[in-house]
Design a protein. Sequence first.
Length: 253
Amino acid sequence: MKVLILGGTTEARALAGALADQGRFAVTLSLAGRTANPLPQPVPVRSGGFGGVEGLAAFLRDDKIGALVDATHPYAATISANAASAAARANVPLIALRRAAWAKTGGDQWIEVASTGEAVEALGPVPRRVFLALGRKEIEPFATAPEHTYLVRSVDPVDPPLSVPHAIYLTARGPFSEADDRALLERHRIDVVVSKNSGGAASYGKIAAARALHLPVIMLTRPALPQVESVDTVGEVMAWLDHASASAATRGV
């Protein structure tokens, strides 16, 4: 059975590898193409968009995809919505692999906001040293608050740079440990962290480090995602695919 994974996450790569090891599925991993040098993947990769809902639905039908797995980032709301609509139109079973969100614990000083615009407002007018732990395409709103000094860490270089007088850029790929992120925050004398609630262990280091250093975290809450069947582990997706494959065989698909 052909399986299309909408990826770009650690979990998507792990799922692709697990399915490739089994050899029972023909797997394609779709990446949005936003990272210049993505990690090597264990299955064939398709890069770039599909052309919205209709384009994805056409791809599912034309390529005879038997199951669709949405393993995109928790903040890729548009892609997830397109996946739900396209799967329904093409009559293709869909499951979402969604990592659990981080939970606030004792010592955390979270200021929860719904958008990057609200995050900018939450910084306030007094100049601060800010660690922007966001995607490089999401930091532009902070140009409206040039009084702050920004530390920006991204997988690819930020081009063009943020239009502010004081910004430092680091290119690095996670995972990042708590110890490394604590050293980073201390070295740059960071006052506040701005982050998404991405979930997972790979990027939790900065949250734990902020807690240890008694720093506030301006946390962007997760967007609303379509109500589809969802799980939070690779093993659960594989079990679902086994069932979907058996059902397809029974129907003679």
